[in-house]
Design a protein around this ligand. Structure first.
Ligand code: ZN
Ligand code: ZN
Length: 236
């Protein structure tokens, strides 16, 4: 095996020469890639993260995809392949190894770089609304006895735990105990509606629905707050 070419810098004999340099020497002065504008926010309250403008539950796969999309390749690389290995360190801290392989002037070249990052801790829009007592609906739980109302509250809370995995605003914002029963303030109209449908089945009853005008939206549409009254133990 005979080499006809040499690296101009280190003198190594190799056929893989880019601009007169072996791939090692080339990489010392040229960056194959860099990570640009990588910033993922994670809500400290619900744990969701903002990826491509959307709040969702974070997985390692999603984080790898996001990081891969922020790898900006240097000029002149053909058929580049990006590999990301993610190593969670603790809480919101991660380490990763990014490998880029590609061809420059028909020479296969490979660069590996470590990349460490933290997720930015924030409160998401939904959680911000929830702490400010934002509510779109009210669910009133009514029953002949206090114990029965408390039991309804336990069931309702469980239903909202399930709903809030899909929609952070589908949550109980406030619990008001009254003589007549318990009133729950709910952050999302849709979430409240889904839970009410389930409560209707469980308690074999129909909710009494009332609407209250609470304002006019920017587009001129009227905004209503819906109140659902669920009565258990009442034969119709
Ligand atoms: Zn060299
Ligand atoms: Zn949140």
């Amino acid at each position: 095996m005979s080499f006809e070419r040499f690296c101009a810098k280190c003198g190594k004999a190799t056929d893989a020469v880019i601009n007169g340099l072996c791939s090692d020497c080339y990489l010392k002065n040229h960056s194959l890639f860099e990570v640009k504008d990588f910033d993922v926010e994670r809500c400290v309250k619900c744990g969701k993260a903002k990826v491509k403008g959307k709040w969702c539950f974070l997985s390692d796969d999603l984080l790898v995809a996001e990081l891969t999309s922020k790898v900006k390749l240097g000029r002149g690389i053909d058929q580049a392949k990006v590999f990301v290995e993610l190593i969670p360190i603790k809480d919101d801290a991660y380490s990763s190894t990014i490998t880029v392989e590609g061809f420059i002037n028909d020479v296969l070249i490979k660069a590996v770089k470590p990349f460490e990052f933290f997720l930015t801790r924030v409160s998401c829009d939904s959680c911000m609304r929830l702490v400010s007592n934002y509510r779109e609906a009210i669910i009133q739980l009514r029953a002949p006895s206090k114990d029965e109302v408390e039991a309804m509250l336990v069931v309702t809370k469980q239903l909202f735990v399930m709903e809030s995995t899909k929609d952070s605003l589908a949550a109980i914002v406030k619990i008001l105990q009254g003589k007549a029963g318990i009133d729950l303030w709910i952050g999302s109209k849709k979430g409240a509606n889904r839970v009410v449908r389930k409560l209707e089945k469980i308690y074999k009853t129909n909710a009494v629905i009332s609407k209250k005008l609470i304002g006019i939206a920017d587009g001129g549409a009227e905004k209503f707050r819906v109140t659902y009254c669920i009565k258990s133990g009442v034969s119709k």
